[in-house]
Write a protein that binds this ligand. Structure first.
Ligand code: PLP
Length: 412
């Protein structure tokens, strides 16, 4: 039996023989010998000049398309004034005010660089606010990579606001099934050491599973009843499902929410937003620090991106485009004998095959039936459609009828 790497290399060499260009949903995992040189709007170009309709968007951040001129021009203009001021600067205030006005529900925001660090800052705040140490999360959700936890361990002392001895690590979570409000009710009733519930409003990374009707409202009610902080991880949903994110789309407000990916036109910026009561704990000694947090280019990117989204909200267009793309993929996949399915919100969805989408912990990804997955990838590759890895399709504000037509042509 061939190894994953051998299969991947075989796929890569085969991909190179195929017709120019294609549809790119996750080339990085499946065809590592394709190197991209530049991107523009919804398109990517490789070193051999082939063009691709891109549905990976750098794992999501290029929501405004590649090289959005308005954002990049703003970053360049501000960089000419000095790139990292290293202290309070007016642009950070401006970005913060625009951010809060745009999401609509939060009172304070702090910018970071990665979703992971902003998630961890949220967890620390919850510990400091409640004096409790544990968390509830949902199986299959992803809240970032663990390097920051390891760095805290290397540092050797509990960080302020961590309320206890490290390492706490992931073992300090109660892990429940997504959409299982009854399990949450029982867990919160049984344990009085829970500081926060952290949830992806759409459980995206392992299946793009939307919240069941009433689930988020029930989570809100239970958190209130038990004095537990509710954290929305909006790194995927933020600015992608609505200007106000999940709070607007699903009508439920968290205490804290974490943003990243789509908020800054492809530039590396994250944010933690929330109530004044919680966020002001930072002033009381809870630490969330980073050299590049709230840097000038980051703030310039946030301001330009949010202005672009506010002036021309793409959400209705995305819904229509994504819905017809999802429908077509499933119909066409069926025609080729692939039991495809797609689920999620049309502006970002998950294509899987055969059994229901894998709902499992991130580490369990290795449990995928790789032979079936390879067969699936190869069949689509014959049509110039390269879907691999987790089969996540992001739809961006830059996608248009032209890209939809180019994509569907690939299946024809
Ligand atoms: N939370 C969610 C829901 C994510 O999808 C991701 C990244 O994919 C993260 C957190 C981590 O963000 P980052 O990779 O910027 O650290």
């Amino acid at each position: 039996m061939s190894t994953v790497l051998e299969r991947s290399a075989a796929f890569a060499s085969r991909a190179r023989e195929l017709t120019p260009g294609g549809v790119h949903s996750n080339v990085r995992l499946s065809a590592p010998s394709i190197f991209f040189e530049r991107g523009e709007g919804a398109w990517l170009y490789d070193v051999d000049g082939r063009d691709y309709v891109d549905y990976l968007l750098g794992q999501g951040p290029n929501f405004l398309g590649h090289a959005p001129a308005r954002v990049n021009d703003a970053v360049a203009a501000e960089a000419r004034r000095g790139s990292v001021f290293g202290a309070n600067h007016v642009l950070e205030n401006e970005a913060g005010e625009l951010f809060l006005d745009t999401v609509g529900w939060a009172e304070r925001v702090r910018f970071g660089v990665t979703g992971t660090e902003s998630d961890q800052a949220a967890l620390r705040l919850a510990r400091a606010a409640t004096g409790r140490t544990k968390f509830v999360r949902f199986a299959g959700t992803y809240h970032g990579w663990l390097d920051n936890v390891l760095m805290t361990m290397v540092d050797g002392k509990p960080a302020p606001g961590s309320a206890g001895q490290l390492p706490h690590g992931i073992a300090e979570s109660y892990v429940l099934a997504f959409n299982d409000a009854a399990a949450l009710e029982a867990t919160l009733a049984e344990h009085d050491d829970i500081a926060a519930v952290i949830v992806e409003p759409v459980m995206f990374n392992n299946g793009a599973i939307p919240p069941a009707e009433g689930f988020l409202a029930e989570v809100r009610r239970l958190c209130d009843a038990h004095g537990v902080v509710l954290i929305f991880d909006e790194v995927i949903t933020g600015f992608r499902v609505a200007l106000g994110g999940a709070a607007e789309r699903f009508g439920v407000r968290p205490d804290l929410a974490v943003y990243g990916k789509a908020m800054a036109g492809g530039w590396p910026v994250s944010a933690l937003a929330g109530s004044a009561e919680l966020m002001d704990l930072f002033a009381g000694g809870v630490v969330h620090a980073g050299t590049f947090n709230g840097s000038v280019p980051a703030c310039a990117a946030v301001i330009a991106s949010l202005r672009a989204l506010r002036e021309d909200p793409p959400y209705e267009r995305l819904e229509a485009y994504g819905a017809s793309l999802m429908r077509s993929i499933v119909e066409i996949g069926g025609d080729h004998g692939l039991p495809l399915r797609a689920q999620g919100l049309p502006m970002a969805f998950h294509v899987s095959f055969g059994d229901p989408a894998p709902v499992r912990d991130y580490a369990g990804l290795a449990g995928l039936d790789l032979d079936r997955y390879a067969a699936f990838s190869h069949t689509l590759a014959d049509h110039g459609v390269w879907v691999a890895g987790r089969g996540i399709w992001y739809v961006s504000a830059a996608h248009a009828d032209k890209e939809l037509a180019a994509t569907l042509e690939r299946f024809a």
